[in-house]
Design a binder for this molecule. Structure first.
Ligand code: HEM
Ligand SMILES: *[C@@H]1O[C@H](CO)[C@@H](O)[C@H](O)[C@H]1NC(C)=O
Ligand SMILES: *[C@@H]1O[C@H](CO)[C@@H](O)[C@H](O)[C@H]1NC(C)=O
Ligand SMILES: *[C@@H]1O[C@H](CO)[C@@H](O)[C@H](O)[C@H]1NC(C)=O
Length: 499
């Protein structure tokens, strides 16, 4: 079944579903405050009116797209509930009757008054679709193979660090639950478990949460995360200066810009969800910074350590880009979404291909979005929508004192894209893990670069001598594995997947 042949029936389904959704959702209790976080530095979500106007102009149906796909890294509390389908014949009708009515749409998240108490989304792995007798090829070989098969490609040192449940293809799907409290999430989980009975089995779960207080929005190394997600035509009303602007098809299957043309019609407006449980060795990372401060006139040792961390990431902890604030953090710049993404690494006083004074070529944000390094205008193929959230406790005094992790913490990494090989996998394998991207010998990404456990060599971290090589003997980010999923449209969940 090809997209073009089935457009008519798809459109009919959409409108039927939208009206059913409206009447169904009217009595939902209204919440007082948002289930999302919204640090000043993050671009605001569009208003419902603005998003609807943009969607109408682009022919996008935001009521049919699961809510987590386009909103980015904004959740307060989130539970990842990985399941296997124990009885597919029993599960399929329940997917339509008990799960679909709970699925949170994109539109619902755009206003506090329409947010549910708990966001619920669902996505399936290839083995899950197979279990449901859904045999259409989705046109994504990484998804088809599953993440376990991809582990070497991603630079993981074997599967010894993998959460055992991720090793193999035993996970059929993931339910995402997000709210402002764990109690709300637990209530939603209990309700759904009661409804689904023995049709599914919980395989593994991970509770994640925004960090406390003023650290909300910061990942565990301390850096504000979620600043630079792409603007999407048909969703984002006002792209921020420097934000990449993508056709919806970069993230959504079957939309303008999706480079694969052989998708089944029902896959339209779905998105591939890459999940990775990435442990972060925070005390070890901090010790590395303390032990190796950048020595430069006018910097204290502490400032030199902070500068080293900022150069590894490409931003200061506040979110201020080092390209615009090369020596000291500038919290006002970090907090201003009209300025904190407004840069390209190109400067009139510097040769783009060789000069690392402002930002190393290996810096995490330069590896994963090289901006002008690949030419102007910027390429639009290798982009993802990041929707991750930290997990695990704050660093304890004992861990800080011993510079040794004793309790796991990290990033529950989530990325949406229409093509895993162009999106997450490309960023990880071809950019972050390559010592020769974007120029020969610059080294791997010091944050996420992975060489199967081998030590990593990076140049450019020292702004006073950019040829100086730094050897990293510890991987501060350790992959604990994950899975590739497909997050279908609501209409696909209510039709093809449940009959
Ligand atoms: C524990 C692991 C990770 C940490 C601590 C981390 C941290 C960060 C931070 C602090 C930023 C800057 C803030 C922002 O632009 O939102 C960032 C940006 C980004 N990260 Fe990561 N990240 C991790 C994993 C990954 C992975 C696995 C990928 C993809 C393979 C990735 C891709 C990106 C991209 C595309 C950006 C935005 C770059 C830009 O648009 O300028 N990150 N990350
Ligand atoms: C899948 O197909 C097999 C063989 O036709 C059938 O026995 C089974 O009941 C089907 N399962 C579902 C969930 O439709
Ligand atoms: C963005 O940067 C350009 C120069 O690089 C500048 O002219 C423009 O004013 C900046 N925009 C904002 C909102 O600061
Ligand atoms: C590199 O760039 C910096 C800042 O953009 C500039 O001051 C410096 O002169 C440049 N170095 C060379 C060798 O061009």
């Amino acid at each position: 079944m090809k997209l073009s042949i089935n457009l008519v029936s798809t459109v009919v389904l959409f409108s039927g579903l939208a009206s059913a959704a409206n009447s169904r959702r009217a009595p939902t209790p209204r919440r007082a405050s948002s289930l999302l976080i919204n640090p000043d530095a993050f671009p605001d979500l569009p208003t419902v009116q603005a998003a609807t106007a943009a969607a109408d102009a682009a022919g996008l149906n935001l009521d049919d797209i699961q809510g987590d796909v386009l909103i980015g890294m904004k959740k307060n509390q989130e539970l990842f509930y990985f399941f296997s389908i124990a009885d597919a014949v029993d599960f399929k009708p329940k997917l339509a009757s008990d799960i679909v009515p709970l699925i949170t749409t994109t539109t619902q998240l755009l206003d506090v008054s329409t947010e549910p108490t708990t966001l619920v989304n669902i996505a399936f792995s290839q083995s899950g679709l197979t279990t449901l007798n859904v045999t259409d090829a989705l046109g994504d070989s990484a998804f088809t193979g599953g993440q376990f098969k991809d582990l070497k490609t991603l630079g993981d040192p074997g599967s010894t660090n993998w959460v055992p449940e991720f090793a193999g293809t035993g996970i059929h799907g993931v339910l995402l639950f997000a709210s402002d409290t764990v109690d709300n999430i637990n209530t939603a989980v209990a309700g759904l478990e009661a409804a689904l009975g023995d049709s599914i089995t919980k395989v593994y779960s991970l509770q994640a949460a925004a960090r406390p207080g003023s650290e909300a929005g910061h990942e565990h190394f301390g850096f504000l995360d979620g600043i630079s997600n792409p603007a999407i035509t048909g969703f984002t009303a006002n792209p921020m200066p420097g934000q990449s602007v993508l056709n919806a098809g970069a993230i959504l299957v079957g939309e303008t810009g999706d480079t694969v043309t052989t998708r089944p019609a029902w896959a339209k407006d779905g998105s591939f969800l890459v999940f990775r449980q990435l442990e972060q060795l925070v005390p070890e990372f901090n010790k590395f910074l303390t032990d190796n401060p950048i020595v430069e006139d006018g910097l204290t040792a502490q400032q030199g350590s902070d500068l080293l961390g900022a150069r590894m990431v490409g931003r200061w902890k506040s979110g201020a880009p080092i390209d615009l604030a090369p020596l000291f953090d500038d919290p006002a710049l970090g907090a201003d979404p009209t300025r904190n993404n407004n840069f390209t690494f190109a400067h009139a006083d510097s040769v783009l291909a060789t000069n690392q004074t402002r930002c190393p070529f290996s810096a995490h944000i330069r590896k994963t979005r090289p901006r002008a390094d690949l030419g102007t205008p910027e390429e639009t193929v290798h982009h993802i929508m990041r929707a991750g959230i930290p997990y695990g406790p704050e660093v304890s005094d004992a861990e800080a004192a011993s510079s040794t992790t004793s309790t796991e913490r990290g990033l529950a990494f989530v990325a949406y894209q229409s093509n895993i090989a162009n999106g997450f996998r490309f960023l990880q394998q071809t950019w972050a893990n390559s010592a020769n991207f974007v120029h020969a010998g610059v080294g791997v990404d010091p944050v996420i670069g992975a060489l199967a456990g081998a030590q990593r060599v990076v140049t450019g971290l020292d702004p006073t001598d950019s040829t100086k090589a730094t050897t990293l003997t510890t991987d501060f980010v350790v992959s604990r594995g994950g899975e590739y999923f497909f997050s279908p449209s609501l209409s696909a969940l209510a039709s093809t997947l449940s009959v």
